[in-house]
Write a protein that binds this ligand. Structure first.
Ligand code: NAD
Length: 473
């Protein structure tokens, strides 16, 4: 049901006025943490955990364990990190002042950006709406959250939760799709934090340009895994099977495609299939009956993924059995697409599903060429025991994040910047990086004594000579 624009305008105006933004700006660390604690209390309450789990099970078929590990636990970790560090992050930071500026003191004041908009995606629809919210509150902003309409059950739960714990002037949720988001995007915000696809990221950036509003764009793309002959194929296959099937492959940093050394391709495919069975169907009940393998978000995405498989097949790919796929149940089993190449649609867009294209390589040059032919990935994974190979790949490519001999775990590090580069994103998140996204680092200089009038005209020749000597590098 469309949200009347008048309601959106009312919520926006309740937040976007000088008095409200000033009050939030001047709130103490203690007050901000008190607000954040309301989120902790909500998600620690067993009856609310049950509601969150039910919504995510309906939207994405997530198991209770998956909800705990990937939607709730990361929020608790964020709250811990913020609680521990907020005082330090928000304190004025004094810097040494260069000798040439003698008499002045320099510091950085962290002030909230003011009024911020958070737009969430559907794949981790709870966590990715609430996680940036925690940081936005920590920095002292008024916040509008727009969760994804595609995960409808979770969106309405986020709305219910926020209305229960926050007054509208502090945080409010506007539900809706393109129309409502477009209406919001036309308004003047001080920062927009968007998580979603590169295409919609461009829409957000264009809209924000009208107000010269800053943006954080957490986007996606094709994240490759490079496997060479030195790696332990069995362990590598298990890690990839886990990362590719978590949330049914609908994870921004999921391995998108494999670049494998020709001589170990067959071993890898066999080990990958074996690992899928071990992880998701150890009793051989059929992977469609697995308690730990979710579903495709909707029929539109189901069709998109099946089209990718069919297009690849037509163009010569060797596709593993996917006869268990069911549109009715929005179910697609993990599918291996061997013999893939860049002419196939599956290599032209982010897959965001349990399909794994495999491209073989003979030399590291092939790897570098392949990676650099596509937009810079959000994540690049290297599975190799050779530090020479690892260094060579890192030196000759660019990616938002890189992991060596592991997958996806970097996102959980509270102090490691997380985010893309160009097409896969703009700006970094996690820990202090997220706090900074929502803060203005206001440079402050104060004159304590003296003057710099010797740099004003008319110039004194001797002082001018002296300045030239001091300025020399
Ligand atoms: P999406 O871009 O389709 O939608 C994201 C949000 O934008 C939703 O709230 C949606 O309502 C809104 N939206 C959609 N079309 C719009 C339009 N034309 N104008 C204005 N608003 C619009 O993304 P999605 O399908 O929800 O999520 C999947 C994408 O998100 C993938 O590309 C994935 O890689 C990326 N993602 C990135 C991260 C990250 O941290 N980098 C995390 C999760 C997902």
């Amino acid at each position: 049901m469309a949200i009347p624009f008048s309601l959106i305008d009312k919520a926006y105006n309740q937040q976007n006025n000088f008095e409200n933004l000033q009050e939030l700006k001047n709130s103490s660390v203690k007050e901000r943490l008190k607000r954040i604690n309301k989120i902790a209390n909500y998600i620690n309450e067993p009856k609310n955990v049950a509601k969150i789990t039910a919504a995510l099970s309906k939207d994405l078929g997530k198991s209770e364990e998956e909800v705990t590990l990937s939607e709730i636990y990361p929020l608790l970790l964020t709250i811990k990190t913020v609680t521990k560090n907020l005082k330090r992050w928000s304190q004025d930071e004094y810097l040494p002042t260069p000798l040439t500026m003698i008499g002045l003191t320099s510091s950085i004041k962290y002030e909230p950006k003011g009024h911020v908009l958070i737009i969430g995606p559907w794949n981790y629809p709870f966590m990715l709406s609430i996680n940036p919210l925690i940081y936005a509150i920590a920095a002292g902003n008024a916040v509008i959250v727009k969760p994804s309409e595609i995960a409808a059950n979770t969106s309405s739960l986020v709305k219910e939760m926020i209305s229960e714990i926050f007054p509208t002037n502090e945080v409010t949720v506007i539900e809706g799709g393109i129309e409502e988001t477009t209406h919001l995007l036309a308004k003047k915000f001080n920062h927009i934090y968007f998580t979603g696809s590169p295409n919609v990221g461009k829409v957000v950036m264009e809209a924000s340009a009208k107000h010269l509003c800053s943006v954080t764009l957490e986007l996606g793309g094709k994240s490759p895994v490079i496997i060479d002959q030195t790696t332990n194929i069995k362990t590598t296959a298990k890690k990839i099977a886990w990362a590719k099937t978590l949330n049914c492959g609908q994870t921004c940093i999921a391995p998108d495609y494999i670049l494998v050394k020709k001589e170990v391709e067959k071993d890898f495919i066999a080990a990958y299939k074996q690992a899928i069975t071990e992880l998701l169907d150890p009793q051989n009940n059929g992977i469609n009956n697995s308690a730990y393998f979710g579903k495709i978000i909707n029929k539109k995405n189901y069709d998109r993924l099946i089209n990718l498989i069919e297009d690849a097949k037509e163009k010569g790919a060797l596709v593993s059995d996917y006869s268990l796929a069911s549109k009715e149940n929005k179910f697609i089993p993990p599918v291996v697409v061997a013999n893939a190449n860049n002419s196939m649609s599956i290599m032209k867009e982010e897959i965001f599903g349990p399909l794994l294209p495999i491209i073989t390589f003979e030399s590291l040059n092939d790897v570098i060429t392949q990676i650099n032919e596509l937009p810079k990935p959000l994540a690049l994974y290297i599975m190799s025991k050779s530090s020479k190979t690892v260094d060579h790949i890192i030196k000759n490519t660019s990616a938002g994040n890189t992991m060596v001999n592991e997958l996806m775990m970097n996102v959980a590090h509270p102090d490691l910047p997380f985010g893309g580069v160009n097409n896969s994103g703009i700006g970094k998140s996690n820990g202090r990086y997220s706090f900074i996204n929502f803060s203005n680092e206001r440079g402050l200089m104060k004159r304590k004594w003296g003057t710099h009038k010797f740099i004003y005209p008319p110039f004194n020749k001797t002082i001018y000579k002296l300045l030239k000597i001091i300025a020399r590098v």
